[in-house]
Design a protein around this ligand. Structure first.
Ligand SMILES: [Zn+2]
Ligand SMILES: [Zn+2]
Ligand SMILES: [Zn+2]
Length: 291
């Protein structure tokens, strides 16, 4: 066998010829029968590969590694036709005799709670929390929850609580179509037959202490009675979400409606900016006041 100063290794496809550097490509020396003029067509090895892939010129170390082990280490400056960069290992597909990129497998993340429809594991993808049995060709389940609901991204923790308890406490940071913030509970409804999930909002804070018939709903700026439009009752009970510079949360409104007062709350501000603490109480005609 000839020796070659640029010995890069033995052809991984035929296992016989050496790989030598050509003008644009690396070739198995048996490609053109260079090694032995008398070889038959059946002996010719057609393996060759380019010197550059994805705008990256292979170094001789990379070429050696590719020939020896079938793939390179991860190369970080590969470039697509549109100019975007990416990282991948270049791997030899022996069957098709081509070099192709292999992307590092992203580790799959799952929820700690199982699918409430079928008991499968729930995968976290970029867009969904989705049952592993709802992915692929032969789906046996349709359980999925969108990651973004009313412009808020649900965390793993929220969805785990939702699956476990079928509802959450009040969560803030949602936005309505007018881009106004609102807070709500999430409720998970499961259709066991269809193996599907449906999420609804529940913004009920308490019963109305004034008309005693309506319910108090958390709105974007205030908590109000749902009987305000009811012609017979026309209940105007309202608690502003911000009172004296402090945001009032749903559990505080619940206490106020149930007991007529809250515990002492910190964080109120006078008009000249001084902080003070006080109780929220319902006074005459069910108006909220800090005392
Ligand atoms: Zn070969
Ligand atoms: Zn499932
Ligand atoms: Zn009312």
């Amino acid at each position: 066998m000839k020796t070659n100063d640029n010995n890069l290794g033995i052809c991984p496809v035929c296992g016989k010829g050496q790989i030598i550097e050509g003008t644009n490509k690396y070739n198995c020396i048996r490609v053109a029968g260079i090694e032995n003029k008398s070889i038959t067509v059946a002996d010719i090895c057609t393996f060759s590969f380019f010197k550059s892939y994805f705008d990256h010129e292979l170094t001789s170390a990379e070429v050696r590694k590719l020939i020896e082990t079938g793939k390179t280490d991860e190369i970080t400056d590969l470039k697509r036709k549109d100019g975007t960069k990416f990282s991948a290992k270049l791997e030899l597909d022996k069957e098709n005799k081509v070099i192709k990129p292999v992307f590092p497998e992203k580790s799959i993340e799952y929820l700690n709670e199982k699918c409430p429809c079928c008991g499968g594991k729930v995968r976290i993808t970029s867009k969904y929390f989705i049952c592993e049995n709802a992915i692929g060709e032969e789906k046996t389940c349709s359980f999925l929850i969108q990651k973004i609901i009313a412009k808020k991204e649900l965390t793993k923790n929220i969805v785990e609580i939702l699956i476990k308890k079928r509802k959450t406490d009040f969560i803030g940071g949602f936005k309505n179509s007018k881009d106004e913030d609102f807070e709500t509970r999430l409720v998970l409804e499961i259709s066991t037959e269809e193996r599907k999930a449906n999420i609804t909002f529940n913004s009920i804070v308490s019963m109305c202490p004034k008309c005693k018939k309506g319910i108090i709903i958390a709105g974007t700026k205030a908590y109000g009675c749902n009987n305000y439009k009811n012609e017979e009752i026309k209940c105007d009970f309202t608690i502003w979400k911000k009172i004296n510079g402090r945001t009032i949360n749903p559990s505080e409104v619940w206490k106020l409606c149930e007991n007529g007062q809250t515990e002492i709350l910190d964080g109120f501000k006078t008009k000249d900016g001084k902080k003070y603490s006080g109780k929220l109480v319902l006074v005459d005609d069910f108006k909220a006041k800090v005392i």
